[in-house]
Design a binder for this molecule. Structure first.
Ligand code: SPV
Ligand code: MG
Length: 537
């Protein structure tokens, strides 16, 4: 079983060898400290404040620091020593702090003998020190408050920082030790270790000593070992490393307006997921979430016709299988649907249906394709109209946003309408002209538009646009379509009916059909001329 964090820390302090803590300033950096092999974390006041974008002058409130520390503690299994500055107030504030730290499995707290609000030890000279007796009261109060006997209080001597000599440092160190401190942290801002070594030489060792060699970094670690230092804190090296890395990457991206150069110099996104332990959540989901087949959307594509105007191109396959820029039209449609998470694709084939060989589509055959039109084809796939479904002609090409807009529009029955009638120049082309409750204009997004009429015999000058060949049905809309086909099927001319006849019936019944306008950006492949246009699409 893993030792409590408090016990781990106490053992580090009391071990016979030199131990090391490395600075962290948030959950991520704390985790990185642990993964690197360090046995403990220094919750640095400088690092945490810097990461929060404020000064190391108690600008972040103590509860804000506590929140960060909670993330750090939760993310790790090794002990954390929190740099709690002066304790954020007097002995009473220290008591409350200790209770809160214990609740968060923080192993130890470090208190320094300066005044609130503190200033970082490397800024300025002659920093005022706390009254020694008052500070002893804080140490004693902290020790009396802790519930866990192994929780540690480290008392930090700022005498050298404040320009005072060895005697002041020693006097305070013995007093704090006497007051109950589990260790003394003696700090120096000299670039050589002389103050520390002088202190260690005189120190009678009633408790272990911790040091922070930020400024005397060039001192070999063996010197600290030989001087009987118990613990070294590498106090700010991850926050400094991250600043260097962030500045380099930010400047490069800004300068190059591209990610190309930096991509190979930073971790892949999957490394973030690993550090966040995304894999464990995946396992938990498998265990705790009800396992139902992922509900994906459905599309029905009407693709039974030969495409008589395409000449010998459709001798061997239906026009929906004609290649446009190296891919069958139907594959392009399927790609559009996949892109919006519609993976259940039903294709109603007819002419040369056996040539519809796309993977992952269900082919339903309208054997009467030669004598029938689209409604007959749709009736072949009616069983699939039992949920949200998009119905599409099989010979259209469109930009994906047209499909997205259709899916985003509320309504039980929604159609896409192209408001741009200028391209309708092919006289023989069958066109689903529509009339709507309002024309397309710049403000059309402000109110819903309804379909009023859809008919190929509507004169273009009375039309507000042309139906593209895409309709979205909700489950409710699908019920109306079932009812409509039930009625229309009994008509003698059912075989000749087209989608516009269904829409006309739905309108007569008073069902609302919503319109989403777009402007161009689609083609229906009716003849060779348009097919060659499609090559450029
Ligand atoms: C810290 O890391 O916040 C410290 C060490 O207190 S120092 O910055 O050297 O004061
Ligand atoms: Mg600090």
């Amino acid at each position: 079983m893993m030792l409590k964090k408090t016990t781990q820390f106490k053992q580090l302090l009391q071990s016979n060898q030199l131990e090391f803590l490395l600075e962290a300033h948030d959950g991520l950096s704390a985790k990185i400290v642990e993964e690197s092999g360090h046995k403990g974390i220094w919750g640095s006041g400088l690092g945490i404040s810097a990461a929060l974008g404020v000064r190391d002058n108690n600008e972040a409130s103590w509860t804000q620091v506590l929140e960060v520390v909670e993330f750090m503690s939760d993310a790790t299994t090794i002990p954390l020593l929190l740099d709690a500055d002066t304790g954020y107030g007097n002995f009473n504030n220290v008591c409350r702090l200790v209770r809160k730290l214990e609740q968060r499995q923080v192993a130890a707290v470090c208190l320094e003998d300066k005044l609130f609000p503190k200033t970082n030890s490397f800024i300025g000279e002659q920093q005022p020190l706390a009254d020694m007796d008052e500070f002893c009261g804080k140490i004693k109060a902290a020790k009396d408050t802790q519930h866990d006997a192994d929780f540690c209080v480290v008392a930090r001597i700022e005498a050298f920082i404040a320009g005072r000599g060895l005697n002041e440092a020693l006097k305070r160190a013995y007093s704090y030790s006497q007051a109950g401190a589990d260790a003394i942290l003696v700090h120096s801002k000299w670039s050589n270790p002389d103050q520390i070594l002088e202190f260690m030489k005189a120190w009678q060792a009633p408790c272990p000593v911790v040091i922070v060699p930020t400024m005397y970094f060039a001192t070999p670690t063996s010197v600290f070992e030989e001087a009987n230092v118990s613990m070294v804190i590498w106090a700010n090296h991850l926050v400094r490393a991250s600043i260097a890395a962030m500045q380099r990457v930010a400047n490069t991206i800004c300068h190059e307006r591209s990610l190309m150069t930096v991509e190979d110099t930073i971790v892949p996104v999957r490394e973030i997921f690993r550090l966040q332990d995304a894999a464990t959540l995946k396992q938990a989901e498998a265990e705790y979430l009800p396992s139902r087949p992922a509900e994906c959307g459905r599309a029905i594509v009407l693709a039974a016709s030969k495409g008589a105007d395409l000449g010998s191109l459709t001798d061997e396959k239906p026009k929906a299988m004609l290649h446009v820029q190296g891919k069958p039209l139907l594959q392009r449609l399927a790609d559009h649907f996949h892109a919006v998470d519609i993976h259940d694709i039903i294709v109603v084939g007819g002419y040369k249906a056996e040539a519809i060989t796309l993977p992952d589509v269900t082919v339903v055959v309208n054997a009467e394709y030669a004598q029938t039109k689209e409604l007959y084809s749709l009736s072949m796939a009616l069983d699939y109209v039992d949920r949200d479904v998009v119905i599409s002609y099989g010979d259209i090409l469109f930009k994906n946003y047209i499909l997205l807009r259709l899916l985003n529009e509320p309504g039980d029955i929604v159609v896409n309408v192209d408001s741009n009638l200028s391209r309708i120049h092919v006289a023989h082309r069958f066109t689903d002209f529509v009339r709507c409750s309002r024309r397309y204009d710049a403000d059309y997004f402000e109110e819903p538009v309804q379909l009023l009429e859809m008919s190929p015999s509507l004169l273009p000058d009375r039309a507000d646009g042309e139906w593209i060949g895409l309709v979205k049905l909700s489950a409710e809309g699908g019920k109306h379509v079932h009812a409509g086909l039930e009625v229309l099927r009994s008509r003698k001319d059912f075989a000749a009916l087209r989608m516009n006849d269904l829409f006309e019936w739905l309108l007569q019944q008073g069902h609302e059909i919503r319109v989403v306008y777009s402007n161009g950006h689609w083609l229906d492949i009716d003849d060779l001329e348009i097919l060659s246009e499609a090559m450029k699409f």
